[in-house]
Design a protein around this ligand. Sequence first.
Ligand SMILES: [Zn+2]
Length: 295
Amino acid sequence: MHAAAPTRRAVIGGGAALLTAIAAAAPFARARAAMLDPQAVPPGPGAWQQGGWMRAMVPPGTVSADLDGMPLAIAPDGTVFAGFDRDTPATATLGLTDAAGRRSAMPLAIAPGGWALEHINTPLRPPGIPDADYVARRRIETAAITRARQPDPARPLVEGWRQTMIRPASGRFSGRFGAQRIYRGEPGAYHGGLDIAAGTGTPFVAPADGVVVLAAATPFTLEGRLLMLDHGMGLGSAFLHCSTHLVALGDRVRQGQPIGTVGMTGRATGPHLHWALAWQSASGLRRLDPLLMLG
Ligand SMILES: [Zn+2]
């Protein structure tokens, strides 16, 4: 169902020590050139394609970094994380500014996602709910989701964004990220997550360390019993249609820890886990393909 796309798994995350050594020995501009040279960068995690991501260590002295103008947080060790939108153009630009105000721009070639079409035999809106009620409910629900995504300095620091993620549940992939969905002939938004088919009540686990930022006790209209994790550096997971949650708001969770059970609450044609990944920067949100975060 999901067309195989030419994937360039070029990486700068794995070369952190090398890049640091180069940067320490060379002026800023030369360090940047070394980062750009694929020959200088050993293989490691990362996916430079639509819906993919990058983890990179910026040269010492870098005071700010951005991806296409979206500001990137710089971890104390100089690492940055960024996500590439499902519709990112063929070239993205990583911008770096040093203490003297000198700015350098690094073009990144982003491979296409090759997104599929999926036909869904369900109406775009759930039947039987008057439009005004639906709109009012959605406003409250989306506000809660937006709030949960906002950075909160009171939250414990988690480093799940540095981990190679694991599958939250075993089972067949019944829906791929990025597919354009057609609901009984009516085009809807593209599919923003990875669907894993599993029976109601099947436990699922945290794909990486995180902190619980939303655990909807009352099912949301579309998402059902929604559970959201913050993995740090703006990276977050959402798990939709849960039957139950095994953790509560504010809980710190470890990779592999059971956090909920699969269900079909909200808009779902059968029991499955919808796992969505997003990267939130100060100026916007990028939806990522969960498959590209797995080892
Ligand atoms: Zn889904």
